[in-house]
Design a protein around this ligand. Sequence first.
Ligand code: GUN
Length: 170
Amino acid sequence: MSPIELLIEKFELAPHPEGGYFKETYRSKGSIALDALPQEYEGSRNFSTSIYFLLTSDTFSAFHKIKQDEIWHFYAGSPLMLYIISESGELSEHCIGNDFEAGEVPQLVVPGNHWFAAQTIEKDSYSFVGCTVAPGFDFADFVLPERKELLEKFPEHSKLIAKFTRTGEF
Ligand code: GUN
């Protein structure tokens, strides 16, 4: 069994719409009422949720956004690159991994309402990470745009967007 197959089987990972595989590992019992959340939310949300996320070299995590900050944690495998674009078009790039001397970081916060994509750096490899959010994740807060939409918004990042978006339905 390959390391990727092992991770998928051992942690019961399922395909994620953005690419890669995931499994929710934590969903707080408590929840935040709609009237206590910022106006952008459309319903109550759990206090917090967390997932395992597995990205492989033969794919990528496509540009998407959620409303809340998302904390990424590195666990195993190849370092990965995270590309983050703010609503005003500012791009930042971060390498998440455990070669700290090389400048990789084991933890990174993606600010809420920012567009982000990720790619495993090494060939024929995988990146096994965790993603934690508060308020808790809900697919109602998840936006996965088509390439055309993002290209129109951020023409200055057309190369990156072409690389890390898909063209249609999955
Ligand atoms: N649960 C399902 N998908 C996701 C995701 O992309 N991020 C987080 N944090 N939780 C999820």
